[in-house]
Design a binder for this molecule. Structure first.
Ligand code: FEO
Length: 393
């Protein structure tokens, strides 16, 4: 059954407990939910966001089970199909309904879902739509995380549907969030994958939603926040430009030479009061790396050489870091080789858009010798000095 959020506002979403990976990229610890909300005004009924296509049948049945016989408006806050995918089926079920969205999303759903233009009402930023005793106000919010994203503020109830923004891949029985380490971890992984590339935009909308002093945040994945400050504070921290006193150590090591150097660097950093996170690029969970990228100020990537270049797993990590645009400010490389090649050049090129402060890399033939350990000592000292200069120590 639908769950009540406030008088005449209901949660109509579904849990996808079996989903183990999202975007075929980040493994999920807690499945996910696809949230849809029903707003029953005194004159009109609106559905805010719909359903992932796989669950369309179950979703449509829930309208019958809950006695919803009329839908006037389908609000599309975003065109990605985990929220818009059931629009065509919902339009078939409720032929009198009109899709309400912004111009960018309107184009997306016409092109991706073949929603006819005549079934779409296009709104502009801050435009309002009356449902009788309830008013929907649309806040166009490009960049969190698609250019077509918008929020819907239900004014009289002072709750805001934020689409993907402030969400989490998390399933639940009771729709209201109970703060926990698990929820925070899921929300952070989710932020890392889809929001971190747009951290400055996130800061803007965290402030805008704080200024609205809303009673609740209703995202499109994960539970509803009765205490908006809980998720807003987390997003404020994650999207802050200043990183933490933390070094990320992703590594791939064919004969342990590289891993031994990474371990040695971790020990030297620890002696200086700098924690580090070691991440195995072959067997690790990409979500853990993405989450560490949210906080880390420095990344030192260790790789063996394979066929005269970095191990492919190292390329994968460097590419992910370059597109997720973390707050990382300092980087370097440590590597081991058996014969010649260019171990670091291409990776440094891939990271160039991040404008990182690159510390002189360390390249060793086979295992590290005493002179190589001195170089790692010097790298740890340089990281210490740079973290101190950034006010992290
Ligand atoms: Fe949850 Fe951007 O879709």
């Amino acid at each position: 059954m639908f769950q009540k959020i406030k008088d005449n506002i209901y949660y109509a979403g579904l849990n996808d407990k079996d989903r183990v990976i999202f975007d075929e990229l980040i493994p999920l610890d807690n499945g996910t939910s696809y949230n849809s909300y029903i707003v029953l005004g005194s004159e009109k009924t609106a559905v805010i966001d719909t359903m992932y296509p796989k669950f369309t049948k179950e979703y449509l049945k829930s309208f019958d089970d809950n006695g919803i016989t009329k839908v006037d408006y389908i609000i599309a806050n975003h065109g990605e199909q985990d929220h818009s995918g059931s629009i065509p089926a919902l339009l078939e079920k409720f032929p009198e309904a009109v899709v309400v969205t912004n111009a960018v999303c309107a184009k997306n759903i016409q092109e991706m879902l073949l929603v006819p233009a005549e079934k779409i009402k296009t709104i502009t930023n801050e435009e309002e739509l009356s449902l009788g005793d309830k008013t929907l106000k649309f806040i166009i919010a490009p960049g969190v995380h698609w250019p077509d994203t918008m929020f819907t503020h239900i004014k009289e109830d002072n709750v805001i549907c934020t689409c993907d923004f402030l969400g989490a891949h998390y399933i639940f029985d009771d729709v209201f969030a109970v703060p926990s380490k698990e929820l925070e971890k899921s929300a952070k992984k989710y932020y890392a994958e889809i929001m971190m590339p747009f951290s400055s935009v996130c800061r803007k909308y965290v402030k805008q939603i704080r200024d609205l002093k809303v009673d609740m945040v209703l995202p499109s994945h994960g539970p509803v926040h009765k205490n908006p400050d809980y998720i807003l504070d987390l997003y404020a921290d994650w999207s802050d430009e200043k990183g933490k006193n933390l070094v990320l150590l992703p590594f791939v090591s064919m004969y342990n030479s590289t891993e031994e150097m990474i371990d040695y660097l971790a020990e030297k950093l620890k002696e200086k009061g700098i924690p580090s996170v070691k991440y195995d690029m072959v067997t690790g969970n990409l979500g853990d790396l993405a989450m560490a990228l949210v906080d880390g100020t420095t990344i030192v990537l260790g790789t063996s050489m394979v066929l005269a270049g970095p191990h492919p797993a190292a390329f994968n990590t460097v590419y992910l870091a370059s597109v997720l645009r973390p707050k990382t400010k300092i980087a370097s490389f440590i590597g081991s080789y058996g014969w010649g090649g260019n171990l670091f050049g291409k990776m440094a090129d891939m990271l160039a858009p991040l404008k990182l402060d690159i510390i002189e890399p360390i390249l060793v033939k086979g295992k590290a010798k005493s002179e190589d350990c001195l170089k790692i000592d010097a790298m740890a000292q340089t990281i210490y000095e740079k973290h101190k200069a950034l006010g992290l120590l």
